[in-house]
Design a protein. Structure first.
Length: 155
């Protein structure tokens, strides 16, 4: 299968290898997505956009079922309030709809905070920018594609 999204174009420009996985049916849960991809839960990388001021955002990456500790994020960022971005804010800031967000090929530069768990598995999967389709790649290649990001214990 061949698809093209801003995420795949970003990987192609960097000559970073990846595979495309198309779900036979839209997964209803993280567990179902991992199962269909033949992966463990911690191999599925989730991307969540947060707002911390009127028009300031950051993207967090976490592995599988991990839950971001909001207090850790606030302390790390040195701010007192954060909230999850609305569906409209996600689309206007990333270029992706909720459920398809990739940290690659973003519409505009966004600060990226990744939990250390993201880079532990050898292979990971993440949003491709298209519903029902995932990018599968080596975590070392993902780290290389992302460039300079902030990696800490956020979960």
């Amino acid at each position: 299968m061949y698809i093209t999204t801003p995420a795949t174009r970003a990987l192609d420009l960097l000559a970073i290898p990846y595979a495309i996985f198309e779900h036979s049916a839209l997964p209803a849960s993280l567990e179902e997505a991992a199962h269909q991809r033949g992966q463990a839960l911690n191999q599925v990388i989730r991307s969540i956009l947060f707002r911390y001021e009127k028009d300031k955002f950051f993207l967090t990456l976490m592995a599988g079922p991990g839950q971001i500790t909001w207090r850790k994020l606030r302390l790390y960022m040195g701010i007192s309030r954060i909230s999850m971005a609305t569906e409209e804010e996600v689309l206007s800031n990333t270029g992706y709809k909720v459920g398809t967000v990739s940290p690659l090929g973003l519409l505009r530069p966004i600060r990226i905070l990744a939990d250390v768990s993201v880079f532990k598995p050898e292979e990971v999967s993440l949003g491709s920018g298209q519903r029902g389709v995932a990018i599968i790649m080596k975590s070392t290649d993902l780290q290389r594609a992302l460039g300079i990001i902030e990696v800490e214990q956020f979960c």
